[in-house]
Every structure is written in structure tokens, then in C-alpha cells.
Design a protein around this ligand. Structure first.
Ligand code: FAD
Length: 391
């Protein structure tokens, strides 16, 4: 990383042309992103990504869509898409961003003045690392079935229950969570949004090791854990609506062709080297993948254009996520097929001098069809709200 001190950028970046913004951002990322962390074969740990996280914080570039008054860049949607495009192009690892994407905007809309004043500066300065506690055993797609309960007792909530698949929990300081506060009400009506310090007595974080052997997420257990009633965000029993309405236009990022595009370039290198490009059956499949990527890219851009022109995303945007994530899987299936046994045994192949991370790409492509609303759920949305098929 460059040694020059980073000072906070006071400018309104929306005032730059898209090309100037992209050029400046690209140059800054190149100068400051640790080269050894480019295109990592896994999500970097909080410890590894911390220098980059701190560089973004120091520059004031860590929260692209937050208003400038809260320490964000205040980017419009067009610049926001360029921001993520450039991070992806350079192979930047993901920072601990749950609070930046979800909690921050939620607090700005529903939080008390005291909550905003206390938590927002600590999020944007990286002082508190947050994780998201929505899913539970038995409540993932059917999130409204969650059972972790918080009972008001004087000026504290007493929490009992369990969260699971909580990304970053092993490294986090705080968890924002959906809890059941009324067992008698209809499922969605008895849910509240609560903030809990993970150091609270009665909270236990048990890491879960994923397919790649990394403890990226965890189970989080609550046994009579007491958190201040002041940590309730918004009104009691109204957490469901708050969490749902804040999906926002950023969800277009899940439909980006970036991952499939990177994998297809790797597949191309492998096919050139192995001679598969001369195999008509392979060429057939490869051509289909390329056409699908082209189609996805053009469609993604048309949605991005609509947003740039002041539009918003409708339920039809669900198909971008389905298309992007399944195409990524089809490309990595083909990579593994081409690599044969070697691909399964080794994380990184040397293909004519080019390093190709076959197995990693394959494993990386599996979770995106599950998180962010599984693809089956996205298809249900399309069937019901777009195609108006009978339920
Ligand atoms: C890498 C990763 C990170 C994650 N990080 C977090 C996190 O930080 N915080 C958090 O709260 N959660 C997190 N999750 C959990 C994620 O949100 C859930 O896995 C997801 O919502 C699916 O829920 P589930 O695993 O309980 O599966 P289930 O809901 O039990 O679904 C199992 C299968 O059934 C299908 N299915 C379910 N209902 C229907 C239906 N009505 N119609 C058709 N098919 C259906 C699903 O699509 C899926 O294929 C993470 C998951 C992954 C993979």
C-alpha cells in the first residue's frame, strides 16, 4: 500500500463527469489497495482487509450511498454503480459492510436521534463491526417464522433463541437482529428490530466452517441476554416492515455480470491452453455462455440506465439476480469439467503461466443463489408479481 497519508476528500463527487470519477477512483484504488489481496480466493478476514477498510475510511469513501452529512460520499446511483464496478474490476476484497449497507440507512430512516448520533459515526469510522442476525434454523426464506424472542422487562429486553449463518459474527462487535416481541400476533406483526452488543453476558458465538474450510459465519446463541430497551430501533412489533422496505435499489448489485465475466475469461484461458477451443461440442457450450453473458450485460446496463434516469427497481429485477448467479455457476461448472481431477484437487492451476483458481471459483459461485433471497424465492416473486401466475 502507498505510504502517503490519506486525507478525507471534501468534494462532492457527483459534480465530476462519470469518466473523470471513474479515472480518479481507479487510480486511487490502484495506489492504495494492497496488491497481495487482489482477486483473493476467499473473502478476506476482517484482520486482513483492515488496512484497506481504514484507507477507505480515512479518504471518506467507505459509504458510497450515505449522505455526506453522515460521512458518506452521497453518490447518485450512476456513480454508485461505477464505484462497485471499479472495486470489482480491481479484484478488491469485501470489507465488513453489513452496517454500511443495511443498518446505517435503516437508522437514518427509523432510528432515534440518540441512536443516529451514537451509532452512525462509529459505523463510518469502523469503530464497531456489525453482523446481521436475521436467519434462524427453520427461518431463512420463511423469515417471518423466526422464533428468537425478546421480552421487555423494565428497561431491558431479555433475549432467548438462536441465529444462524451470521456472516462476520466471529469478528463482529455488534449484531442487528430481528426478534419476536409478540407471540400472539400474526407472524410479521410481532417482530421488532433490535441492536445487541455481542459482549453481552448470555451471548455465545459459535463459528461455522464452510465448504472451503473457513469460519466465515457463525451460529449466535442468546440465553437470557439483556440489552437496553433503548436499543430497539423504531416502534415495537414494526421491525418487519422496516427491514423489508430497506432493500433499496442497491440490490441491482446482485445482478451484476462481474463474477460471471471474470470466470468466463478464466474459462477462455483454460480452453485455449487445453485445445478445447477446437472441440465443437465445447465451442457450442462456450458460445452459449458468451451469448448469455452478453445478454446479461446489456440487460444489466438497461436497468442501471433506468436507475440513472431516476427510475426505481420493480419486482422484475429479480430475474437479474437469477440470471447472473446461475450463469456464474454454469461457467464454473464448465471450468471444473475442463480441469478434470486436477481442478478438484488443487485450488490454483498453472495454465500456460496463468494462475486459474478453478475450485475456488466453483465454490464461490455456490452461495449467491442462496443468499440475498434464494433463487427459488426470486422465481416465486417473478411468477406472482410479474407473470401474475396463480399462487
Ligand atoms: C454465504 C452465506 C452468508 C449468509 N449470511 C447471512 C447473514 O449474515 N445473516 C443472516 O441473517 N443470514 C445469512 N445467510 C442466510 C441466508 O439468508 C439464508 O440461507 C437464506 O435466506 C435461505 O434460507 P435457509 O438457508 O434457511 O434455506 P430454506 O429457506 O430452508 O430453503 C431451503 C431450500 O428451499 C427453497 N425454498 C424455501 N422456501 C421456498 C418456497 N416458498 N418456494 C420454493 N422454494 C423454496 C430455498 O430456495 C432453498 O433452495 C447467509 C447465507 C449464506 C449462504
Amino acid at each position: 500500500m502507498a505510504a502517503d497519508p490519506i486525507t478525507r476528500d471534501p468534494r462532492d463527487m457527483n459534480a465530476l463527469s462519470d469518466d473523470d470519477f471513474r479515472r480518479e477512483l481507479r487510480g486511487w484504488i490502484q495506489a492504495h489497495y494492497p496488491p497481495e489481496l487482489r482477486f483473493m480466493d476467499r473473502r478476506p478476514s476482517v484482520h486482513e482487509i483492515m488496512p484497506w477498510f481504514k484507507a477507505l475510511i480515512a479518504k471518506g469513501w467507505v459509504a458510497p450511498h450515505w449522505p455526506r452529512e453522515w460521512g458518506g460520499m452521497g453518490l447518485d446511483i450512476g456513480k454508485y454503480l461505477i464505484y462497485y464496478d471499479e472495486l470489482g474490476r480491481h479484484g478488491c476484497g469485501r470489507i465488513p459492510d453489513h452496517a454500511i449497507h443495511l443498518l446505517g440507512p435503516l437508522l437514518m430512516t427509523y432510528g432515534s436521534e440518540a441512536q443516529k448520533a451514537h451509532f452512525l459515526p462509529r459505523i463510518v469510522s469502523g469503530e464497531d463491526i456489525w453482523c446481521q442476525g436475521y436467519s434462524e434454523p427453520g427461518a431463512g426464506s420463511d423469515l417471518a417464522g423466526l422464533r428468537t424472542e425478546a421480552v421487555l422487562d423494565g428497561d431491558t429486553f431479555v433475549i432467548n433463541g438462536q441465529k444462524t449463518w451470521t456472516s462476520l459474527a466471529p469478528d463482529a462487535d455488534w449484531i442487528f437482529m430481528l426478534v419476536r416481541t409478540d407471540r400472539e400476533a400474526k407472524p410479521q406483526s410481532g417482530i421488532s428490530f433490535l441492536l445487541a452488543d455481542l459482549k453481552t453476558p448470555g451471548v455465545t458465538v459459535r463459528p461455522i466452517v464452510n465448504l472451503k474450510g473457513e469460519a466465515e459465519f457463525a451460529e449466535v446463541f442468546f440465553a437470557d441476554a439483556r440489552v437496553p430497551a433503548a436499543n430497539l430501533v423504531g416502534r415495537i412489533n414494526e421491525g418487519w416492515g422496516m427491514a423489508k422496505t430497506l432493500l433499496g435499489d442497491e440490490r441491482i448489485v446482485n445482478g451484476s455480470p462481474r463474477h460471471a465475466s471474470y470466470a468466463l475469461r478464466r474459462l477462455h484461458v483454460m480452453a485455449e491452453h487445453s485445445g478445447a477451443m477446437r472441440d465443437p461440442a465445447f465451442l457450442d457450450r462456450y458460445a452459449q455462455l458468451r451469448l448469455d453473458l452478453h445478454g446479461l450485460t446489456v440487460t444489466f446496463e438497461s436497468y442501471a440506465d433506468a436507475l440513472r434516469n431516476g427510475g426505481s427497481l420493480g419486482p422484475d429485477a429479480s430475474f437479474l439476480k437469477v440470471w447472473a448467479t446461475e450463469l456464474f455457476q454454469r461457467v464454473t461448472d464448465e471450468m471444473l469439467e475442463l480441469a478434470g481431477e486436477e481442478g478438484a484437487l488443487s485450488r490454483e492451476l498453472d495454465v500456460g503461466g496463468v494462475k486459474v483458481d478453478v475450485m475456488n471459483q466453483y465454490l464461490e459461485s455456490r452461495p449467491p443463489t442462496i443468499f440475498g433471497g434464494s433463487n427459488e424465492i426470486q422465481r416465486n416473486i417473478l411468477a406472482k408479481l410479474v407473470l401474475k401466475l396463480p399462487g
